[in-house]
Design a protein around this ligand. Structure first.
Ligand SMILES: Nc1ncnc2c1ncn2[C@@H]1O[C@H](COP(=O)(O)OP(=O)(O)O)[C@@H](O)[C@H]1O
Ligand SMILES: [Mg+2]
Length: 363
């Protein structure tokens, strides 16, 4: 079993402050994904957990033991990087066996552990190959194999799929999810790709500028983003944001005018909002529908993408610039057309000018 607890972690490199008051509980066997834009501190946080980097202040606790000052080897952790760093002159077998040779594990046990890892990763028939004879995905599996043989309590992955092409990344996502089910080990996975986060995580940690913005399951973050940043980061294509000025607040009801003739009534937590405030209404591209009676929000279509199951429309709506809609594939629209969209209030989100979500009361 392995739990990981991060308490009040701060990290600076000289004058540069990189992480601010990070607090997080990771449960045993959980698949946790740290996601956020490049430079937000994901790698630094992972290296702090592994012991490759020291905290400036705060604690790293693994299985109820404070390991903040313990060297990496004492933490029972194994890390897989974006660059696989395989030894080109060694066979796949020897690359996987490498950490066991360093640890002077006896030959019989070493073979057993390498064969077991090769089995899990379907590398059995590649054990005599050299890394140069493998595909990118196979090489990454060898790097993962080298982690598996060490039987770590916690696996750390730092963008391990970034060097692979899109199709292979999709396959490897599924393989890693299977690996997690198979090994039943705590895994912490870093990526800037929200699709990897959504598809693999039990729990997503969204980082922004060295601060945890929100923690939750993929669907919690998708349905209940606490900030505009999370709302825009999770989900593809991105959520649309519509500026609404002069909102009207009455009881728990908020009326937001999106255009002169289009308003939407939302039931939100109105404690921090008042009539006259500016807000932004968020609606996901997949949550809009065409109206049949030419009423609703007019959208000017610029680009139409047929991707098979759906059609993606890119364009703009009055008073607000870009807008995107995902509609059924049989929708008959062309660039230059104007369509009218229905905004279902139960699918709308609302954010104040600080980017904080105004919660809907009925959820
Ligand atoms: N060794 C270092 N010395 C100075 N600054 C660093 C060092 N490592 C990372 N940083 C800075 O810390 C910030 C976070 O980096 P990093 O954790 O690599 O982000 P991410 O992995 O999310 O892209 C960046 O601004 C980066 O320049
Ligand atoms: Mg990084």
């Amino acid at each position: 079993m392995a739990t990981v607890k991060l308490e009040n972690i701060y990290k600076s490199f000289g004058e540069t402050e990189v992480l601010f008051d990070i607090n997080l509980d990771i449960n045993d066997k959980e698949f946790v994904v740290f996601v956020g834009p490049s430079g937000c501190g994901k790698t630094t946080l992972l290296r702090i957990i592994s012991g490759l980097e020291e905290v400036t202040s705060g604690k790293v606790i693994i299985d109820d033991q404070d390991v903040s000052n313990a060297p990496p080897v004492e933490r029972g952790i194994s890390m897989v990087f974006q660059s696989y760093a395989l030894y080109p002159h060694l066979s796949v077998f020897e690359n996987i066996a490498f950490p066991l040779r360093v640890a002077k594990v006896n030959e019989k046990e070493l073979e057993e552990r390498v064969f077991k890892a090769a089995d899990i990763l379907q590398l059995n028939d590649r054990l005599d190959f050299k890394p140069g004879q493998l595909s990118g995905g196979q090489r990454q599996r060898v790097a993962i194999g080298r982690s598996i043989v060490r039987n770590p309590k916690v696996f750390l992955f730092d963008e391990p799929l970034s060097n692979l092409d899109a199709a292979l990344r999709g396959d490897m996502r599924v393989e890693l999810a299977k690996l997690h089910q198979n090994l039943q080990t705590t895994m912490i996975y870093v990526t800037h790709d929200q699709i990897e986060a959504m598809t693999m995580a039990d729990k997503i940690v969204v980082l922004r500028d060295g601060v945890i913005e929100q923690v939750g399951s993929p669907m919690e973050l998708y349905h209940h983003p606490k900030t505009k940043f999370v709302a825009g980061f999770i989900g593809h294509p991105k959520m649309n944001f519509l500026k609404a000025s002069n909102i009207l607040v009455k009881g728990a009801q908020l009326t937001a005018n999106i255009t002169d003739s289009n308003s939407v009534n939302l039931s939100v937590e109105v404690a921090n909002t008042k009539t006259g405030d500016k807000i932004e209404v968020g609606i996901r591209p997949e949550d809009v529908e065409l109206t049949s009676d030419n009423k609703g929000l007019p959208m000017n279509i610029e680009v139409v993408e047929h991707i098979g199951a759906t059609v993606i429309l890119y364009g703009s709506v009055e008073g607000n610039s870009d807008f995107c809609a995902v509609l059924p594939s049989d929708t008959n629209v062309n660039p230059g057309d104007t369509v009218h969209l229905a905004l279902d209030p139960s699918k709308c989100h609302a954010f104040n000018i600080q980017g904080q979500a105004l919660y809907r009361q009925v959820d």
